[in-house]
Structures are given as C-alpha cells and as structure tokens.
Design a protein around this ligand. Sequence first.
Ligand code: ADP
Ligand code: MG
Length: 684
Amino acid sequence: MRPEILNPLFAEVESLKGVGPQLAKALARLKLTRTIDLLFHLPTGVIERIAAPAASGALLGRMVILEVTPFDFRQPRSGRGPTRVPASDADGNTITLVYFNNPGWAKKQLPLGEKRIVSGKLEAYGDEWQIIHPDVAEPDKAEALPLREPVYPLTEGLTNRRTGELTAASLERAPALPEWIEPGLLQREGWSAWRQSLAEAHRDPAAFSRRRLAYDEVFANQLALMLLRQSSRRKRGLPLAGTGELIGRLKLPYALTGAQQRVSEEIRGDMAQETPMLRLVQGDVGSGKTLVALLAMLTAVESGAQAAFLAPTEILARQHHATLLKQLDSIGVRVAILTGREKGRARDSVLMGLADGSVDILVGTHAIFQEKVAYRNLGLAIIDEQHRFGVSQRLLLASKAERPPHLLVMTATPIPRTLTLTQYGEMDVSRIDEMPPGRSPNETRVISEERLGDVIDGLGRHIDAGGQAYWVCPLVEESEKSDAAAAEERARLLKSRFGDRIGLVHGRMKGPEKDVVMAEFAANRLSVLVATTVIEVGVDVPNATLMIVEGAERFGLAQLHQLRGRVGRGEGKSVCLLIRGQQLSGTGRARLALMRESNDGFRIAEEDLRLRGPGEILGTRQSGDEAFRVATAEDVAELAPIAQSDARLLLDRDGGLSGPRGEAARTCLYLFERDQAIALIRSG
Ligand code: ADP
Ligand code: MG
C-alpha cells in the first residue's frame, strides 16, 4: 500500500482550487491529471524582465517592465487588424500597446489616463516603439509581473501564469519526504532535500536541484531492477545441464561462429545452475541470434524441460515456427505455435500438449505467457527482439512463477551501454560481436527523392533479373492510418508499372492477410514487398537483396540499420537505397552519411546519440514503460551507474527494505509508481 504521506500527491488535479472540467481537460492533454504530474511538470525556460523607468533604444528586443499611461484607444476600422493603445512613459516617449484579439479586455485593462504596469518585448515598428500583447497590472500589483518567470510547456487553454499558479499550489501540498539518498552521496553532490529541490527546480529550470530529482527517478528505476534481480535469483529454478544428445543430432549447414560458440557456452553455464538465468544477448542484425536461441532450447529439452520462445510479431512467430519445424521434426523434438490467431480446437490442443508435456518448444506472441497457459515444466523463456517486452512484463513473469524459468532476452537494438543499464540493469550481458563468414557487407546509397523515377527504373531492372526487393514507406506523423495510406499509394504506383508482382503489408491489415502476403514473398511469387515498418524486425528472405527506404531522414538510425539488415542475408551482394527529402538539415545529412559509411550497429547508435542528442533516442523507444519524466538521457547516462551501485548496496544491507533508509526507498518507488517492484521486496 502506498504510504499515506504520498496521498495528497496522487489526488486528481480537480482537487486543486479553481480547476474545473475545462481546465482539467487542457491539463490532461499534457498528461497532467494528478498533483504529482504537475510537480514533475518542470519549467523548460525562464523569462527575464528588465524593470526600467522609461523606454530607450538600448532596451529594444528585451523583455521590459514599464509604467505607462494610455492616452488613446484605436480600434481597427472594418474589424480587421489589431487594436492599438498608444501610451506614454515617464520620459514622455510613446509606446504603442498592440493586441490582435480581445479588444474588450484591452479596453478594460488599459483605461485612458490611468497608470498601468505593462510587460512584454519592446520593439521598433517604423519609427515607433511598440509592445505586442503586453501583460498588464495595476501599479500596486506589480508583483504579478515578476522579474523572473519560469516558462512551462503549454497547451491550448492553459496559460503560463496559470500553470505557474497550479504548480505553486501543488508544491504547497507536497510533504517533506524521508531521505532515500545515501547520506555520503547526498553530501558529496551537495543536494538538498526532495521538497526543496522540487521548489528550486520550479523557480529555475537551470537549477542544480533538477539533478537530484533526476537522480531520484533513475534510482527508483535501478532499485526496481535490482529488486527484480534479487527476487528472481532468490527463487530456485531448474538446473538444466543438458546432455548434448539432441544438439549432436542437429544438422547444421554451417559451423558456429566463434561468438555464437562463446555466447552459447555462457548460456549453458547459466542454465546448469539452480539460480535462474537472467541474460541479455546483444547481437547486430544478422549475427545469428536465432541459432543461439535454438541451442539453448535444445539444452532445456535434453534436460526434460520445456522452452518458450516469444516473438514480437505474428509474422515472426510463424517464421520461427516454420524454421524450427524444419530443423527439429527429424530429431523428434515437438514444436507448437500459439498466437492470438490459434482459436478453438487448435488452441485447446496446444494448451493440452503444454500441460501434459507432449509439446517441447512453444513459439508465439504474447499469448504464450498468459495466465491460462499452463506449462508442465517450463525451464527456459526466450524473448526475441524484446523491445515490446519491457521491465514491467519481466516483473510479471518473475513474480508469477514458483520456480521461475531461465530467462534469455535477445536484442539487435544497438543501444549504447548506459542506456542498456536502465532497461536491462538486472541482467548479465553477452554480446555476439562477429558476423557469420561470407557476407559481403551491403552497400548503402543515399538518393534525393527528385530521382524517384530513376529508383523505380532500377527496381525494374532488379526484378527483371529475378531479384526481390523491399520498399519501405515513411512514417507519417506517427499515425498508423496515414502510414497505411502512404504505403497503399506507393503500392498502387508500382503496380501500375509492374503489375501483380507487387505485394503490400501494413500495420492495419489483419494477421492472416499479412501472413498470406509474406508467404507469397518468401516463396518468390511476389517480387516487391511494399511495407510500413511491420517488416522491421527479423524477417528472413535471403533472395531479397534490395532495400529501398523512402523518407529515410524520418527514421531513427537504429531503425534504418535494422531495416537494412533485412537484406544481405544470403550470398549475393545487396544494396540499400535511402531516399531522402529535398529539404534536409545539416544533422539530417550527417546522419544519412553515417549510414552510408558504417555497417556497425553499435557505432551507429553511439553516433546517433551524439548527433541528435539523447532525448530523441529515448523518446522514440517503443515500450514506453521505461520512459523517464524528469531525467534526461544525459542524466540517465551519468547517473545510472551510480544509482545501480547504490541500489545494490542498499539491498545487500537491507534486502527487505525495512530499515529507515529502506522505508524511504520504498517511498521513492511509490513516488515513481514502481508499485510492481514493491511486490518483489523480500518479506521478513
Ligand atoms: P539475427 O541475429 O538477426 O536474428 P539470424 O539468426 O536471423 O540473425 O541469422 C541471420 C542469417 O544468418 C540466417 O539466414 C542464418 O541462417 C544465418 N546464420 C546464422 N549463423 C550462421 C553461421 N554460423 N554461419 C553462416 N550462416 C549463419
Ligand atoms: Mg532475429
């Protein structure tokens, strides 16, 4: 249960004075629904005003506070143009106050012949001076126009001043909280207490205290991960040493790479223990993660346990299932598939097979870890291309099982090391840092969209020679609907030229429809697959050696790298064409140039981080549940290692979080809504 002291923070915004349904609606647009949300809605800038006795040329372009007396009121003729209110200052200069709307308001605020304080940017207009939309206050209420005013992110129906008032009201409600930061660290960094830091951060966006708030958030994240690790590792799993018998009978057309060998051994070492494995395998696209997964699954089956393999999409689940069937049927390993599409009898029979142990390996989508799916003896869970299976899902998996399965997460997302910590901090990491031999690295070219015609001609030559190609359409403002429309449009154009050799898949199509198209493409009955990013992860069609990406500048580099990894899986040389828009920023150019020059996913991720700044990389993360509200990616990069070792130390001393600092740390977890992690705290 959340400690009572936090209750005022989780009250709805409507409980604040003066917040009615309309304002609440505006706030909700910024996801500000509770007091706590307002508290963490920190200013991003600050207005500095200069209080001057009178206007002067030196003040042009600055935010000023002036005392003036309006001497005229000119409403626009014919109702068009602004309302103009000429006023004189102490030196007799004329400053025209200009309003483009709400003349009634201006008339009331600026009565003729009466002194008023006004504030805004002083500008020259011809040989006049003016202020557009100045704020106004009566002379004895000058405090309404402070010299420094924090600037908040806003939305329609929400003014900066109102936001400031609301955060101030929220701050008044904020209680002093027990300190969860280790005293030594607090002192070393010179941080103040939580409440004070919050108040300072609202006064000044550049305040040093913001860093403490960021640390709190990163600490909550790391503590949750360390609790996950502690709780998973405390339970006893099944030691699965394997016999090597099935693996020995497996017929592989090639030898393992050194990296595959090494990582497989690390996994085998983990699985032989009773303590459940928690391992992340990072390996660039095409590095051969599937084979590593297969060996781990066979080790589990050799030891009499079952293995589950979770794919992120249905297309991939089916592809993995087909591959596994081909490889494993002859050695007597039984493989089944379960996705949202298996219904009725088919589903029942899979469920039965899992329960009685006649299914050895289950492949599927999220359905495979649902409540109703009962395994006879699940020993190993593999999450492939995890990025839609975040911390909270792993928490769920860990907290449910009596004897948790060994867990293997595989990812090709080349996230930089520090960011790995916040997403997989509880895991041990293996890297497959070597590509299978014989791959010629694919060639990447960047082409302006003006040359779309040439690209289409080139595509024609490619498919006439028997080749296959992907054509990926740009993301349109994150809306699935318009993505689909853009892809449909492109498919129409290509069909008009190449006829029914063109197939189309996008996110709005139903699973079975997508499968049919994918199967046709895999069987080489379609030459070109036009797609939105549904093909992003894992699809394997070796004969496809041309990848065309339209609107390439709109993709993240990691994503482009993934897409490019779809080609160049077979022997032949492959090409990736990145089509760019005509208006491209310097950064945009540099990013695409990097894609042309480098084939190394990790280097690309690091450089992208440098070129774009970390915010955007975190911002484009898909799972969302590791999103930070206060900490920027820079904060995370710097603070995560400190927070991790601090969280570890705390749990080593007080694994039940029952001492005074432990209690405070619980409060921190609740504050950042890591409620699921609380359930993992060791009792007693
Ligand atoms: P990813 O790491 O992206 O999941 P895959 O497991 O799909 O990569 O493997 C990419 C391709 O490389 C597949 O076609 C696979 O058969 C092939 N492959 C995997 N391991 C080897 C190897 N040791 N030697 C040659 N080819 C391999
Ligand atoms: Mg894969």
